[in-house]
Write a protein that binds this ligand. Structure first.
Ligand code: G3P
Ligand code: CA
Length: 246
């Protein structure tokens, strides 16, 4: 296959290790991923922590909202056993921990998860981190919440933005956010929404197209043939091997 999209490990290599944990990100690096995708939220004490759900219940067996716990309390939770007892004691990491682990070895797609419809304080915390660590070339910030992206754009215009959307958004809105208000560098559509029209529309607006979450090789080949820039997947090794073999 002539065009090989970049491969991003969704929540780390989440088919091989517990999602959004240091082992999952380490595994993603071992598997040669071009990038990792992860979800960030704000803890009770104002730290960026890496977890997908707004509650800790699904991955830790504890109960309550992420926001109700300090980063130290979240780090002490067991976010590994639900996946496999071999990962028992794996805590919920800080975004700082992940950045320290990854260094400059791969790209990072940071998805802001916020319960605040007005964007949340995650935006300011993340903007400060990107600035302090000079991550402008390594990080893209994504969100389903356009307000979060607008806040990030106003906070620091150098941060690259990816607009997430899926089927729940009416078709007329799926690409309307390309308006001058946000001007994202990339669209992040659910893979099932991507066709030639999507690609033409994105290119006309100078946007990359990064698709999620693709775990099927045949689907990855279809998307690669369309020219998508990145594929976000739980199985980065399988998708890369499948594309190379095409
Ligand atoms: O970034 C794409 C994908 O992660 C969005 O869906 O629910 O896995 O965060 P979700
Ligand atoms: Ca995500």
């Amino acid at each position: 296959m002539a065009h090989l999209p970049l491969i991003f490990a969704h929540r780390g290599a989440s088919a091989a290790a517990p999602e959004n944990t240091l082992p999952a990100f380490a595994r993603a690096l071992e598997l040669g991923s071009d990038g990792i995708e992860l979800d960030v939220q704000c803890s009770k004490d104002g730290r960026l922590v890496v977890i997908h759900d707004f509650e800790v219940d699904k991955t830790t067996g504890a109960h309550g909202r992420v926001r109700e716990f300090t980063a130290a309390e979240l780090a002490r939770m067991d976010a590994g056993s639900h996946f496999n007892p071999a990962f028992a004691g794996t805590g919920i990491p800080l975004l700082d921990d992940v950045l320290d682990l990854v260094g400059d070895r791969c790209l990072i797609n940071v998805e802001i998860k916020s319960l605040d419809p007005m964007g949340g304080d995650e935006v300011d915390l993340l903007a400060a981190l990107i600035r302090q660590r000079n991550l402008y070339d390594q990080v893209i910030v994504s969100s389903f919440n356009p307000i979060s992206l607008i806040k990030m754009r106003w906070s620091d215009a150098r941060v690259r933005l990816g607009l997430l959307y899926g089927r729940e958004l009416p078709p007329y809105l799926q690409q309307a956010w390309l308006s001058p208000i946000i001007r994202p560098e990339a669209l992040h559509p659910h893979f099932s929404l991507v066709n030639e029209g999507t690609m033409e529309h994105a290119r006309a607006h100078g946007c990359a197209v990064n698709v999620w979450t693709v775990n099927d090789v045949a689907e990855a080949r279809r998307l690669a043939a369309l020219g998508v820039d990145s594929i976000i997947t739980d199985v980065p090794d399988q998708i890369r091997a499948g594309l190379r073999a095409a």
